[in-house]
Design a binder for this molecule. Sequence first.
Ligand code: 13P
Length: 248
Amino acid sequence: MRRKLIAGNWKMNGSLAANAVLLNGIKGELGQPACAVAVCVPAPYLAQCRAELAESPVAWGGQDVSVHESGAYTGEISGAMLTDFGARYVIVGHSERRTYHGESNDLVAQKANVALGAGLTPIVCVGESLDERESGRTSAVVGAQIDAVLAVLDPSELSKIVVAYEPVWAIGTGKTATPQMAQDVHAMLRTRLADKSAEAAELIPILYGGSMKPDNARELLAMPDIDGGLIGGASLKAADFLAIVRAA
Ligand code: 13P
């Protein structure tokens, strides 16, 4: 039985003061959640997360990782730096990085591999654009994205990843995939994972992301292959994030 995971992706939002309110709001009401809970925050706030969350059930993580270990790579953040601050997770291949920073399937795959090597759990994001969906290319696009990752990972490491299906057209738009639309892609992803390792495919959480909110979380999370959520906007309000955790 896969344990559900609800992970917040704060994107480039927050301040020390606002984060303190948000994290205290989450910690104060969370109790002992039935699912795993995490927040993926801008790197400058990892130390704040470590200070605020160390004694709580909430894990924390970064939003990107360099493929390099160290050296002359201005602006990059290594896996070891993330773990230095107690990060457990790191998002790789978010569509915003693929779109605005030109990250290719191969680069994302390398990042997933480097994250595992550093002892982090990569949350590997995949998803199609509206154009790709409307032209019937969802399976081809998402399949190629996951296959690139499967091609580089050691099979023994595979069960340590998390996958997040985030249709680009649903991110920050208020448009959500219907539970059945998401389930169809999640099932396809699980089949691809099973082609590599049937055992790992049963263990890997596949999260849905894209306008998941308190009012649609329950029906999405009820689908057999939706094992949690990667939450953008709704992770910035403690009450909304907690409502999604409770739905899981
Ligand atoms: P929204 O929940 O704001 O649509 O963002 C989803 C997302 O991109 C999470 O990584």
